[in-house]
Design a protein around this ligand. Structure first.
Ligand SMILES: [Zn+2]
Length: 387
C-alpha cells in the first residue's frame, strides 16, 4: 500500500477540504482518501502540490504530428513509421499529465495495437481509447484516413466493421473541415438518415458515437440523428462564426455534450483572419455556456504546431480566461466529465476508492489560478510514477 501525500486535493469534482490529504493506492487503484497514513504504508510525499486525477483528452490525433503540414507528412510515411510516431505522441501526452486519451482520427487501426501495448505496460502510454478511421463521405473530411463510405447501408457497414475490430467509440464527420482540401467546415456531410443509421448501429453495439461538426447544418443534423457528442460545435460560417440559438437549445434538449476543442500554445502568430475568427468563437462559446450545454474540454491535439499532444492544460486555461467558466468547471471538464463522456467514468477522472490510480500533481492551486495546471510536478499512471 502506498500513501501519497499532497498539500491540496481536487478529486475530479471539487476541492477536498482536508489539510494534508493522503491518497492510498493499492495494486494500481485508489484504496482510500483521507488525512491518516496507515501503519506500514509506503509514504510518497509529493510536497507542496495539488493532486488531481490524471487528465482525460476526449479528442486527440496521434497520427498527426503537430507540425506545420501534418496531412502532407502523413501521406509520406508508411504504417510502421507512423506507429513509432504515434507511440511517441502518446508518451508525450502521458508525461504532460494526460493519462487517458481518445483518438478520433486513426489510420489503419494502428491505435488499436497501441491500446494493447499500453494496457500491457501502463508506464508506456496513457489509457488509449480509439475510434479507428473516422467515417466520412467519398472525398469528405479526412478521407485520406481510410473511412470513406456513403448511403444508409454503407454507413451501417462501416460502423459494424469498427465495432467488430473492437473500437471504443464511433466518429463520424458531419461537416467538412479545415484540414481537408475541397471540404468546407460550414458544409454538411451525410444526410440525417445516414447519420441516424450510424447512431442506431453504434448504440446497437453498445458504443458511443461522436460527430465532428463545425457548421450549423451539420450540428443540427447530428443532433437530430441522436449522437452522444458533437466535436468542435463552432458554428463556423463562410465568413466567421455565428451561434444559432435554436440549434443550441436543441443540443440542450437532446442532452448532447459538446466537446470544445480548445488549447493552443502561446507564441504562434495568428493571421488577421484567425484573430477575427477567434473573437467570433469566443462569443459562440459564451452563448453555449449561458445556454446550459454540457461542455467538456478536449484539444484536437496533433493538427498543428500550437497543438502538441500534451496541450490540454492550455484548453482548461482558455475555458476560464476566454469563455468565462469557473476554474472548478474547467477542471471537471478535463477530468470526471471527460471520463464520463468517454464511457470510462467509473474508472477514470476521479480520485475516489476503486478508481484507477492515474494522478497528476501540479505546483500551486489550479482552483485559484488555472494556469497552475501547466506546472506539472508528478504524473502517476496505475500507481506507478512516470514523471
Ligand atoms: Zn480532430
Amino acid at each position: 500500500m502506498q500513501a501519497i501525500l499532497a498539500a491540496r486535493l481536487f478529486d475530479g469534482v471539487d476541492a477536498v477540504p482536508i489539510d494534508r490529504p493522503v491518497v492510498l493506492v493499492d495494486d494500481g487503484r485508489i484504496a482510500g482518501v483521507g488525512a491518516e497514513v496507515p501503519a506500514g504504508a509506503e509514504v510518497v510525499d509529493l510536497g507542496d502540490v495539488t493532486l488531481l486525477p490524471g487528465l482525460v483528452d476526449a479528442h486527440i490525433h496521434l497520427c498527426l504530428d503537430a507540425g506545420t503540414n501534418p496531412v502532407g507528412r502523413l501521406a509520406t510515411i508508411g504504417d510502421d513509421e507512423l506507429r513509432v510516431e504515434m507511440r511517441a505522441a502518446a508518451r508525450r501526452a502521458l508525461l504532460g499529465g494526460v493519462t487517458t486519451i481518445r483518438d478520433l482520427g486513426d489510420r489503419s487501426y494502428l491505435a488499436l495495437g497501441l491500446r494493447d501495448e499500453f494496457a500491457a505496460d501502463l508506464t508506456a502510454g496513457p489509457q488509449l481509447l480509439t475510434a479507428g478511421p473516422p467515417i466520412t463521405t467519398p472525398r469528405g473530411h479526412c478521407w485520406f484516413l481510410g473511412g470513406e463510405t456513403e448511403g444508409v447501408e454503407g454507413i451501417r457497414a462501416a460502423v459494424r466493421e469498427r465495432a467488430e475490430r473492437g473500437v471504443d467509440v464511433i466518429k463520424v464527420m458531419a461537416t467538412g473541415g479545415e484540414l481537408t482540401v475541397g471540404t468546407w467546415p460550414y458544409q454538411a456531410q451525410f444526410s440525417v438518415e445516414e447519420l441516424r443509421a450510424a447512431v442506431d448501429e453504434a448504440h446497437r453495439h453498445g458504443l458511443p458515437i461522436t460527430a465532428h461538426a463545425h457548421g450549423v447544418a451539420g450540428i443540427a443534423n447530428a443532433t437530430a440523428a441522436g449522437v452522444d457528442t458533437v466535436e468542435h460545435c463552432s458554428f463556423i460560417t463562410p465568413t466567421g462564426a455565428t451561434a444559432d440559438q435554436a440549434v443550441i437549445d436543441g443540443l440542450v434538449a437532446a442532452g448532447v455534450t459538446v466537446s470544445a476543442t480548445l488549447g493552443h500554445l502561446p507564441g504562434f502568430t495568428a493571421t488577421p483572419r484567425t484573430v477575427s475568427l477567434i473573437a467570433d468563437l469566443n462569443v459562440v462559446f459564451a452563448r453555449i455556456r449561458e445556454s446550459g450545454v454540457r461542455v467538456i474540454c478536449s484539444s484536437d491535439a496533433g493538427i498543428g504546431p500550437a497543438k502538441p499532444h500534451d496541450v490540454l492544460p492550455y484548453g482548461a486555461g482558455e475555458m476560464v480566461e476566454l469563455l468565462g467558466y469557473s476554474t472548478a468547471y474547467a477542471l471537471r471538464s478535463v477530468t470526471s466529465m471527460a471520463a464520463q463522456e468517454c464511457r470510462v467514468g467509473d474508472r477514470k477522472g476521479r480520485i475516489a476508492p476503486g478508481f484507477d490510480a492515474d494522478l497528476l500533481a501540479v505546483d500551486g492551486d489550479p482552483l485559484a489560478d488555472i494556469t497552475a495546471l501547466r506546472s506539472i510536478s508528478a504524473v502517476i499512471r496505475g500507481g506507478q510514477r512516470v514523471r
